[in-house]
Write a protein that binds this ligand. Structure first.
Ligand SMILES: [Zn+2]
Length: 448
């Protein structure tokens, strides 16, 4: 049996990081198994589904380089088939029309809530003639007196069980020509010959309903596997109040390789922390996906991104950071320290004269006058010196005597204009003699 999997987002917003993770795990599983991976838009919610979100999700999945095997499909294109399947269930007496009004259903729901009963609608129309009269919501007939336990072997979580009697006669269509999500998703998965359904844990309670729909339609069941939820730092379900949840908001600051690496490791322990998606494919096994939720920790993402940034060539870095004008020689100084592309501008002193307040030049154990005298000595000795690491270091140590901070601090500040930066010898080598002398001169003048 050849593996066929899909990710099936509703195009009602930007691609969520949880959906991106589902897409990645489906992709990894398909590629590891030599199977197929599809993307399908579940646009059954006509009011909230938008073409622009389909396009955004498509672009973002492409940016993540999760390639799919067939053109992206849209559920509404399959509407005649959904209607045919709804009619089939109605004609076979496996589904019926519920003529209860919205108000009646709402009152029932409220009453159940007050009595702390599980919400379900056992419909009086299912076994009488009016249930056959067209109009109203289409519901699946579910025997509420049955003591059946609906069980399935989740490929990640093991055996999962639900009581059939708690489900009620759940809705499968707003009308006979208007299928609901849970119905459309089953028909589409059958039509696309999906073999494994890997999706978020939030869908686990829908699975018994889906199983009953498969059975009513006479189709064999796929394998179900529910991925752990992404959690915020406080261990509650990841939401906007924890920060950005749309992949789009990470695209400027992070590399796609870093996002994929980060999402892959949330829910799976690979053999190493910095791993490409191709390497993940080699290792990926469904049964090894974690059962419990994983914390979406941006600090961790930043660290992973910093490791991927280090791998970039100067050319790639300059292009991604939007800094085509900077000299190649400064790139390693930045990439050694950078977590997010937007922070690259913090390193502008590497290619332009920094702006700073003269007080920055003062070493904590000295006065401004000490800084001035140290910089004057450096300026004098640098004018005629061999420009290599050992010579520069030896000269600075000689001027400093026993207290390196007295020289290293003001020099570093004069070169970078920052509280924190690479050490002054490293900076001097990158900036070059002429530029260094110019900057020390400016610093001395600030102190005069
Ligand atoms: Zn009803």
């Amino acid at each position: 049996m050849s593996v066929r999997v899909r990710v099936a987002p509703s195009p009602t917003g930007f691609l969520h990081v949880g959906t991106a993770q589902s897409a990645l795990y489906n992709w990894l599983f398909a590629r590891h198994q030599g199977g197929k991976f599809f993307v399908r838009f579940e646009d059954t919610d006509k009011e909230r589904s938008k073409k622009e979100f389909e396009e955004e999700m498509t672009q973002t999945l492409k940016w993540l380089k999760l390639d799919w095997d067939e053109e992206i499909t849209v559920v509404s294109n399959n509407l005649p088939r959904h209607q045919e399947m709804l009619s089939k269930l109605l004609s076979e007496d496996k589904a019926f029309y519920c003529h209860h009004t919205k108000e009646e259903l709402e009152a029932e729901r409220k009453e159940q809530e007050e009595k702390k009963l599980p919400p379900r609608h056992v419909c009086g129309f299912k076994n009488n003639e009016r249930g056959k009269e067209a109009g109203g919501i289409v519901r699946l007939k579910v025997d509420e007196t049955s003591d059946r336990i609906i069980a399935f072997d989740d490929a990640i979580r093991g055996k999962v069980e639900f009581k059939q009697s708690l489900l009620g006669d759940f809705a499968i269509g707003r009308a006979a020509d208007d299928p609901l999500y849970h119905f459309a998703v089953v028909v589409d998965d059958v039509d696309m010959k999906i073999t494994h359904i890997l999706r978020g844990e939030d869908h686990i309670s829908n699975t018994p309903k889906h199983i009953l729909i498969y059975e009513a339609l006479g189709f064999s069941l796929p394998v179900f596997a529910h991925l752990p939820l992404l959690l915020g730092i406080d261990r509650s379900k990841l939401s906007k109040r924890h920060g950005d949840t749309a992949v789009a908001n990470y695209m400027n600051d992070y590399l796609p390789e870093a996002i994929v690496n980060f999402l892959g490791c949330l829910g799976y322990t690979f053999s190493k922390e910095i791993i490409s998606k191709e390497e993940m494919v080699q290792e990926f096994e469904l049964a090894k996906v974690h059962k419990s939720g994983a914390i979406f920790d941006v600090q961790k993402l930043n660290w992973i991104n910093s490791q991927w940034i280090k791998k970039l060539s100067p050319q790639e870095f300059k292009q991604k950071a939007g800094l085509p004008q900077i000299p190649d020689i400064v790139v390693p100084l930045i990439t050694e320290r950078l977590e997010k592309f937007s922070d690259a501008k913090e390193f502008s002193y590497l290619w332009q004269q920094p702006e700073y307040d003269p007080s920055l030049l003062k070493w904590k154990k000295g006065e401004l006058s000490d800084a001035k005298s140290a910089l004057e000595k450096v300026l004098e000795s640098f004018k005629d010196i061999s420009w290599d690491k050992e010579t520069l270091k030896a000269k600075l140590d000689e001027i400093a005597g026993g207290d390196r901070g007295m020289v290293y601090w003001p020099l570093r500040a004069a070169l970078s204009g920052k509280e924190k930066s690479p050490d002054p010898v490293e900076l001097s080598l990158v900036l070059g003699k002429e530029e260094v002398i110019k900057r020390i001169d400016i610093a001395v003048k600030k102190l005069s």
